[in-house]
Design a binder for this molecule. Structure first.
Ligand SMILES: C[S@@+](CC[C@H](N)C(=O)[O-])C[C@H]1O[C@@H](n2cnc3c(N)ncnc32)[C@H](O)[C@@H]1O
Length: 508
């Protein structure tokens, strides 16, 4: 029979869980907090769970039963309260957006399938927005966080001039190649075969700098990938770039990794089927096929696209030149894109060291992995420019202080910096938009350190702060919180508009 849990441990654990409140704590955190061995803490938690006094809420976090429903807590402001407050303060009720929004639908679509990008949105969504806008041929459509180029592909197909800014070079490569509709399919096929023939004859090449490369790949696939990489033509030509994209596209499927959506080891998969060479050939064949289909739409194509590799906070587009902007920015405390695409960055030679990755991370819109040095200027919880945000920041700071062992104690500063980053990018779009031009954003909300952050509503309000008008906020889908599986989050379509006159340049 297992030894009984000493009553003093029971009391200490309840006390610790009372303090960590809605944020919850892991076994390791609790053990260090009450200075007890982990096995004992685990045993005590199991018995408290059996009695129904303690619950596991996801990601190994435990809370007291009293913290089961966040909405019951007096210190918790729930989504409904923000929706009500938003409609009261702005005179706008949340609508509904019907139609597919996630990238998944793109995975089988010509061109979009060239580089699956989990964080992207659906081509159909972009098509709907573009067709509703009814723009003349050649009008400019901008995506300031272009990702893999979903907006840009659909913009050009619809006759627009597609413009984009994107920080990560592999995504820039994808967006550029996918919007170079003139790419010659037979030249692509022929060169792909030559590359494969060269790769088969080549000696094994050096590994990229990532320390875990050998763990990420099976040894034979690893050797083939170095040979394939070293046989690729130089970057900078349409076919050379397209083949590099095909190579980038097969990296994760040829590895022991997956993105779901974060990069991690795929424990269910025993090893990828097929060799990198076969995958590369299949990828280039699919590209050539899609180009054939695209050719039929040639009379409708818009002018050549332009994708700038850079920081959306800084890149300026000519004032008033953009008719419509569509994007999905990173979400509050969401993905670290640099971490998620480090394999692509390293293998394609865009990052050559950890210092290169760190430099990119400083430029990306703030996420949970932002270096501490970058949050120093954002530690205050008032004066953010939005009283809603000020309230949320202090709630996050209090919750984290209460928990003591949270992953980082400057989470509120990361959130504050996130909105400062977003504001800077919104200003660039505002200035680029023509009067009456719309800016459509797909944005999610978050649950963070036990506090609810209405990312969509805060983004709409931020738009208003920089002089754009809020047109609508439409809920597109429900999502689950990673922190608390039972908590339902949403993803919304926020539409802003540059006023016809005044306003736009008044602020920031
Ligand atoms: C949600 S994704 C956009 C996905 C895109 N809509 C699609 O369908 O492929 C957000 C993008 O913002 C990029 N990003 C993050 N920080 C950035 C910055 N400071 N400047 C420009 N792009 C940035 C990320 O690399 C990522 O590709």
């Amino acid at each position: 029979m297992p030894a009984a849990v000493p009553p003093e441990l029971d009391v200490a654990l309840r006390g610790a869980l009372e303090e960590t409140g809605a944020v919850g704590a892991t076994v390791r955190q609790l053990a260090s907090r009450i200075d007890h061995r982990r096995e004992w803490v685990e045993r005590a938690l199991a018995s408290l769970s059996l009695r129904g006094d303690v619950l596991r809420i996801g990601r190994g976090l435990y809370v007291l039963r009293a913290f089961e429903h966040l909405s019951d807590r007096v210190d918790f402001v729930d989504p409904a309260a923000y929706v009500e407050r938003f409609s009261r303060e702005n005179g706008i009720s949340l609508g509904e957006y019907a139609g597919p929004i996630t990238f998944r639908a793109n995975e089988a679509l010509p061109i979009h399938r060239w580089w699956p990008y989990v964080q992207g949105y659906s081509a159909e969504f972009v098509r709907g927005i573009v067709s509703t806008a009814g723009l003349p041929h050649g009008a400019a459509i901008l995506d300031p966080f272009a990702g893999s180029g979903t907006t840009l592909v659909e913009a050009r197909r619809a006759g627009a001039r597609a413009l984009g800014t994107e920080l990560l070079a592999p995504a820039v490569l994808a967006a550029r190649v996918k919007t170079r509709f003139e790419l010659n399919a037979s030249a692509l096929r022929d060169t792909a075969r030559q590359v494969l023939a060269r790769a088969r004859r080549r000696a094994v090449g050096p590994l990229p700098f990532l320390r875990e490369t050998r763990r990420q790949f099976d040894p034979v696939a690893l050797e083939d990938l170095t040979r394939l990489r070293d046989a690729l033509p130089a970057a900078g030509t349409p076919v050379g770039d397209a083949l590099r994209l095909a190579f980038g596209r097969i990296l994760i499927p040829s590895s022991r990794l997956h993105r779901s959506p974060c990069l991690g080891y795929d424990r269910r998969r025993r090893g990828p089927e097929g060799s990198p060479f076969e995958r590369f050939l299949a990828a280039t064949e699919a590209m050539a096929e899609d180009l054939g289909q695209l050719e039929l739409e040639r009379p409708r194509w818009g002018p050549a696209s332009r994708v700038v590799e850079g920081d959306a906070r800084d890149v300026r587009w000519p004032a008033g030149s953009v008719a419509l902007a569509i994007t999905s920015p990173p979400y509050v405390n969401g993905m670290d894109y640099v971490m998620n695409y480090k394999v692509d960055l390293a293998w394609l030679g865009y990052a050559r060291s950890y210092a290169d990755l760190a430099a990119l991370r400083r430029a990306e819109v703030a996420c949970d992995n932002l270096p501490r040095s970058e949050t120093a200027a954002y530690l205050g919880v008032s004066g953010s420019g939005d009283p809603w945000l000020d309230e949320i920041l202090s709630r996050i700071r209090e919750n984290v202080a209460r928990k003591r062992s949270y992953r980082r104690d400057d989470v509120h500063a990361v959130v504050r910096r996130y909105f400062a980053d977003l504001a800077a990018a919104l200003v660039r779009v505002r200035d680029a938009l023509a009067p009456d031009g719309r800016f459509v954003l797909v944005v999610g909300d978050s649950l963070l350190a036990g506090a609810y952050v209405p990312g969509d509503l805060l983004t709409a309000r931020l738009g208003a702060t920089v002089g754009l008008e809020i047109v609508s906020v439409e809920v597109a889908r429900a999502r689950r919180s990673g922190q608390r599986r039972s908590f339902v989050l949403r993803e919304s379509v926020v539409t802003l508009r540059r006023p016809r006159s005044g306003g736009a340049h008044a602020k920031r």
